[in-house]
Design a protein around this ligand. Structure first.
Ligand code: GTP
Ligand code: MG
Length: 148
C-alpha cells in the first residue's frame, strides 16, 4: 500500500499543532506506521531538502527545520501521497485553501507547519531516510469500514 512521509515542522510542534495534524490523518482513515519526536541534525535536513540546495532560501530552510524538534511520521493508505498534499495545502500558506492544514494554521511560507512527500517515489526515499526499517505493521480494526 501507498505510504507518505509527513513531518510536523518545529513551528507546528511549538504551536501545539501535533494533535490537530495527527487527528486529521487518523480521522481521514489513514494508518499510522511510524511516529517519533526528534531533533534534526543539519546533515539530515540538507539531505531531505537536497533538491532545493540551489535556492536562495535553502540555508534559512535548513536552520528552520533544525530549530526545534519535529514530529516525523509515516502514514499509509489509498492515495495518501496526493491526498496528504491536498490536506496540507499549497506551499505558500497565503494561497492555501481554508480547511487545509496550512490554510487553517499558517501565514508565512518559511513557517508553514508541515511537510508532505510530493510523489510516491520521493515518499519511499524520505521514509528510508527518516525511518529505515523501523515501521510498525498492524491492521486497524476499522479497515473494512474505511475500504470497500
Ligand atoms: P514541503 O512539504 O516542506 O516539501 O513543502 P512543499 O513541497 O510544499 O514545497 P517545496 O518542497 O517546494 O519547499 C520546501 C519548503 O521550503 C517549503 O515548505 C517552505 O518551508 C520552504 N520554501 C519554499 N519556497 C520558499 C520561499 O520562497 N521562501 C522561503 N523562505 N521558504 C520557502
Ligand atoms: Mg516539497
Amino acid at each position: 500500500t501507498e505510504r507518505s512521509y509527513i513531518m510536523i515542522k518545529p513551528d507546528g510542534v511549538q504551536r501545539g499543532l501535533v494533535g490537530e495534524v495527527i487527528k486529521r490523518f487518523e480521522q481521514r482513515g489513514y494508518t499510522l506506521r511510524g511516529l517519533k519526536l526528534m531533533s534534526v541534525e543539519k546533515a539530515l535536513a540538507e539531505k531531505h531538502y537536497a533538491d532545493l540546495s540551489a535556492k536562495p532560501f535553502f540555508a534559512g530552510l535548513v536552520d528552520y527545520i533544525c530549530s526545534g524538534p519535529v514530529v516525523a511520521m509515516v502514514w499509509e493508505g489509498k492515495g495518501v501521497v496526493a491526498t496528504g498534499r491536498s490536506m496540507i495545502g499549497a506551499t505558500n500558506p497565503l494561497a492555501s485553501a481554508p480547511g487545509t492544514i496550512r490554510g487553517d494554521y499558517a501565514v508565512d511560507v518559511g513557517r508553514n507547519v508541515i511537510h508532505g512527500s510530493d510523489t510516491v517515489e520521493n515518499a519511499k526515499k524520505e521514509i528510508a531516510l527518516w525511518f529505515g526499517e523501523e515501521l510498525s505493521e498492524w491492521t486497524p480494526c476499522a479497515k473494512p469500514w474505511i475500504y470497500e
